[in-house]
Design a binder for this molecule. Structure first.
Ligand SMILES: NC(=O)c1ccc[n+]([C@@H]2O[C@H](COP(=O)([O-])OP(=O)(O)OC[C@H]3O[C@@H](n4cnc5c(N)ncnc54)[C@H](OP(=O)(O)O)[C@@H]3O)[C@@H](O)[C@H]2O)c1
Length: 326
């Protein structure tokens, strides 16, 4: 049975007199810092002196300092630098300045689970992993439904880690919808698998291959995009609201018959075996080791997931139907 925490489970008073430091000011760092401020909690931002994000933090009215000074000054430290850099940030600027009573808070468990960050026993180690991008977390702050989160306490050194974690989860806007209890191990592996196999990797590849097939058979890229991609949010909305069976009940009989006869042939048993391979790479730590060893600044080859033709079609359909180029 899932354990889910809501607003009534959090007591904001536990944060009284505790200072919050945010390491990193990107997608999650910015959203969480702004939401905390709207909840009455002022945080300080920790960034390298050369960081491009300093300008954004200053523009939003935050003080930025170095990570080392942040660790010296703050009781709660939210790790919102990129996951592959957590290890180097921790070893260079955090570990030697930690003291008893502090709490380390992560928004993804991978660096702790796979051991690039090993917090000492005298600090709390907490996970608050929003189930959505930072932009969405910010947009939905104070709204219902907002963005939910996964929540875990890996180590409770202070005796208040649970209360501190829930109060922070509430302040960044996640408890109105709910904080779902998990473990660092589950979140680290589950999140990486979900985004690679289904949400980001698998879905992009599926959309692109469907699009390419129709284009190769003579449809214009715009029509292929409209057929294979444009309605994806409507189908996903149906699945979220009613399940797969409920979605099948709500589409046309032709689409439903085609789905149950065509779907299993498209995504055959081989896909399940590929998922197993992916899962074992992630679960064993091999994927995370590869990620952290990549030379910094090395680009990512996106050509297997998208193409200029696909991106142009997406842009043209947006312009045609939504009169926007955003
Ligand atoms: N993005 C999401 O939607 C999302 C959702 C859930 C959880 N998370 C988790 O949130 C964490 C942050 O991800 P993100 O997507 O917000 O990353 P991001 O957008 O890439 O932002 C990373 C921030 O860290 C800064 N940074 C880089 N090197 C640093 C260093 N050595 N010390 C301190 N700060 C440094 C970057 O500054 P520069 O401008 O200098 O590069 C940038 O401000 C990750 O653990 C991620 O898994 C993200």
């Amino acid at each position: 049975m899932l354990k889910v925490y809501h607003t009534t489970d959090a007591d904001r008073r536990v944060l009284n007199d505790l200072s919050v430091g945010i390491i990193g000011y990107g997608s999650q760092g910015r959203a969480q810092a702004l939401n905390l401020r709207d909840s009455g909690i002022i945080s300080t931002i920790g960034l390298p002196t050369h960081s491009r994000s300093r300008r954004n933090a200053h523009r939003d009215g935050f003080a930025a300092t170095t990570v080392r000074l942040l660790v010296k000054r703050c009781n709660i430290l939210c790790f919102l630098a990129p996951d592959h850099l957590h290890g180097s940030v921790f070893h260079k600027d955090v570990r030697d300045w930690l003291r008893p009573g502090q709490s380390l808070v992560f928004s993804h468990a991978a660096s702790v689970h796979f051991g690039t960050v090993r917090p000492p026993d005298f600090v709390d180690t907490i996970l608050i992993a929003p189930l959505g991008p930072g932009k969405r977390l910010r947009e939905l702050y104070g709204k219902r439904p907002g963005v939910a989160c996964f929540f875990a306490v890996h180590h409770d050194a202070t005796g208040r880690a649970h209360r501190v974690g829930l109060a922070l989860a509430q302040a960044i806007g996640c408890l109105q919808t709910g904080a779902i209890e998990t473990t660092f191990a589950e979140e680290a592996v589950g999140d990486l698998f979900g985004e690679q196999a289904v949400l980001c990797g698998g879905l992009s590849r599926l959309l692109k291959l469907g699009f390419d097939t129709l284009v190769d058979h003579g449809l214009s890229p715009e029509k292929a995009y409209l057929e294979c991609v444009y309605q994806i949010d409507l189908i996903v909305d149906l699945v979220k609201a009613h399940g797969i069976a409920g979605m099948l009940d709500r589409i046309s009989p032709t689409a439903g018959y085609g789905a149950v006869t065509g779907g299993p042939r498209v995504l055959a048993d081989r896909l399940r075996r590929n998922f197993e391979t992916l899962y074992h790479e992630i679960e064993s730590g091999r994927f995370f080791a590869r990620l952290t060893r990549r030379p910094s600044g090395e680009g990512i080859d996106r050509s297997q997931l998208t193409s200029p033709q696909f991106e142009n079609a997406a842009r043209r359909v947006r312009q045609l139907l939504e009169n926007s180029d955003t």
